[in-house]
Each structure stands twice: as structure tokens, then as C-alpha cells.
Design a protein around this ligand. Sequence first.
Ligand code: SF4
Ligand code: SF4
Ligand code: FES
Length: 485
Amino acid sequence: MGKPVTIKINGREIQADSDQYVLNVAMDHGIFVPHYCWHPGLPPEGNCRMCLVKVSTSRKLEVSCMTRCADKLEVDTEVPEVQKARKDVLEFLLINHPLDCPICDKSGECMLQDFTYNWRGGLSRFLGLQEKNIRPTKDLGPNIRFWGNRCVVCTRCVRFMSEVSGSGQLSVVQRGDHCSIDTAPGVTLDDPLSLNIVDICPVGALIDKEFLYQARVWYTMRTPSVCASCSTGCNITLTTLDGKIKRIQPRLNQEVNGYWMCDDGRRHFGYVHSERRLTERIGTPDEAARALRSVVERHGPGAVAALCSAYNTCEELNLFKEIFDSLGVTQVGFLTATEGQDRTFKNGFTIRADKTPNAAFLTRLFGEQKVLEGSNKIVSLVADDKIKLLFILNGLPDRHFPRALRDLAGRVEELILIDILKSPLSERANVLLPGAAWAEKSGTFVNAQGREQTFKAALTPPGEAMPESKLLSEISLALSAVPAK
Ligand code: SF4
Ligand code: SF4
Ligand code: FES
């Protein structure tokens, strides 16, 4: 922390800190200064010159992203000299830029397109006077394709790789107007956070290969959501078109994920549109309730066992617990998913080994010891033929049920399954109720930090599938309509 200072931007007095840069302060106070190389999540570098402003301490214009606030500093962001400087910077940037907008994926969210529209005006003095530099278009790695001609060499991507991820897989190569970015010879851009550079590239130079030519962004819908692929719970935006997820991008939350998310989280949505989705019911919530009531009455609550997963929302888990508490069933087990170890990157961003979004709430609701037992106890009860009815509320995508559970499921008289994907268990279920994937329902997850985060449905579930909270509410209602004898 520096010391408190008062600066004036466009005549408006603003309290700031002497450690802050003028551009940060201006943006925080709603004064937009065009910029390319500056990004709030990266250290500043001052290379693009787009953020030039007039300051009272200098006769020439200064780059606001590298100028510290000083007491009584006066800044002008819209005077004619600044406007002219912006036009000139854009004129230079456009000398070598191709007229790619009609086929460029960044079109509609490109800062070069927007700033040119807002500030450039007029014709270029370089038209026809020089050949454009041609830089290669190439695959940098499994996820990203680089269009060299579109790059404005702002180095955001290079700084991300060195300062946020820490892998340093990208660097600036060549000199002068031949400058470009590249990996070292023989190195593949395969960093687990690599796709963040597609978001922060201000132009269409870095393109996500899976989003390439998938949608014009102005036709898409955006829904704020929370990533369900690990217990970090990154805040995200789902981009959807025609009922399908087209891409997932991070949404700023300084307390959780900052500006970033991991590549696995972005890619893990194929199951939502999978041909393996369960779309047709076998039986109804009423029948599930009748079966539960009947087994409890005939054999006692000890003949019923229930499993739920840490993929379910808080609302669903609360309903699940209420149902089995009301029946007096205490044999409850848990389906969880862990892979490897937590992985923390240079700036502190962490990908968790727990690949479920709601394990913290599961633990809060049932207790750590019980959750740690997982499904083992239930599996051995089924193996000992103590269980007549097994109820499973799953929803864990692309994870296999424990082998022992699959092998033993045929030993129970009644199997009631709420799930999203076909599996060996769905083929055996007496009552099968298709549930909704996380993108198709609203709810709350509690992440590994203990933060409750709500999210909204972006899509409609397919066929007869519906949110598990609705299915569980119907079972609960049906149970209360058939009171115990
Ligand atoms: S590829 Fe994009 S982010 Fe990287 S230097 Fe070029 S313009 Fe900047
Ligand atoms: S770190 Fe976890 S929550 Fe964040 S994007 Fe990756 S999988 Fe999703
Ligand atoms: S944003 Fe300041 S020089 Fe690039």
C-alpha cells in the first residue's frame, strides 16, 4: 500500500492510492480508457500505447497503465491531443491487420473492431503503400490455433503464461514489425489453463479450436453459472445457442477464481448433449414413494439403503435427507469422485482433486466421518442381502459406479435410480427417473472454501428429464399423502 492521494480525471476529484496506476483508477470509477495490453489480472507492460492520456506532470502524453497516481495529478482522457493519439495508434495497428472480421471468431467481442469503430474514423494513409507483413497461422497446441496476422503483440498471453500459470510456454519472437508470439521449438502449448489466453487476447489471434466457426456471438445467449467439474467452483458464463452449450468462459469472482478457469472445466460439458442421456422414465415419483413405503412397512427401515452424490445441489441433498429421515432410514452412503492431487498455479489458482462441486455441503449435512465411508457400507449391506430396496440419487457425469455396486445391484428387490446417463444400473432399475445436468437446473453448490454459490438454468432438460429437486419433491409429497400405517 502506498499513501492516499487525490487526483483529478477529466476534472473529477478521485481518492486513490499512490501505488495505483491511473488506468486502474479511471476504470474503477467508470471512466473508460481504451487499452490492449493492460488487463486487470496481469502485471502492466505499457506496450500498445492505446491508453495514452494527458497528465499535468508531463509535456508529452503518457501511457495511463504505467503512470502511478500522485497527489494533485490532473489527467485528461478525452482532450483533442489524446483523441488524435488514439487514432494514430489504431492507424499503425491496422497497417498489417487483415480485413478478417467477417470470418473471425472474435468478431462481436474484438477490441480492435470496437475501438476502430469508436475512435479511428477516416482512411488509412498506408493503403496500397506497402505490402502487409504475413505471419503464420498455426496450431500452438491441442486447444488453440494462432492467427499471426491478427496479433497486435500486446503480450497478454505471454504474461499470462509466465505470471498466472507459471509454465512460461509462450514468448515474443522476432523483432520490430516482424514481432509475433510462439512457443519454443518443439514445445506444445498444453498448459492446463491455456484457454484463458483465448479470452484475454484482445483480438482474434488466439482461437479455441472447439469454438472455431461454431457461432456468431451476437446470436448466442449467456447465462451466469458455476463450474461443476471440481470443488473450486469457478464462476463461469455458459454461452448457448439452439439449446446447446457452445463454450464456457470464466466470470470474475476475486474470492474464488479471479478472471480464470481451467481447460478441463471448459471442456467438461459433452455429457450434457450425449446420446447416453436418459430421457424416458420407467415408473413415476409416486411409484417410487409407494415402493419405499411398502418395503419400510414390510421389512422395516433397515431394509432400505440410499446413496447420493456430491454432484447434487444443496436443495436436492436437503430433500434427499428429509425423505430418508422421515422414513427412519439410516443406511445412507455417498458417491464421490477424486482424481490425483490438488494442483496450485503460480498466482494461487487451484484445480482440486475432488471432481465434484458440492462435497463441502454433503459433509456439512451428513458429517465428515460418514461421507468418508463413501458407498462401502451400503455395498456390504447389499452383499449380505440385508437390503431390499436401494435408492440412488446420482448425477455424477462420466463416472462409473463402483464395480461392486454394479455387480450387486441385481440382489435387491427394488432399485430406484435418479440419474442423467445410461449405465449398467439404469438397465436394472425398477423405477428410473431421468434427472437434469447442472446446466439445466438452478441451485446452490458449496465450494471447497465453504462459499455458497447459486447458479441458474441455461438449458431445458431433454425428453422427460427434469431437475432432481422436482423429482424428490414429488416423492416427498407422495410419501406424505400415504402416511405410515
Ligand atoms: S496473440 Fe493476442 S494476446 Fe497474444 S500477443 Fe497477440 S494479440 Fe496479444
Ligand atoms: S478449477 Fe475446478 S471449478 Fe474451476 S474451472 Fe477447473 S474444474 Fe471447474
Ligand atoms: S494499455 Fe497502456 S500501453 Fe497498452
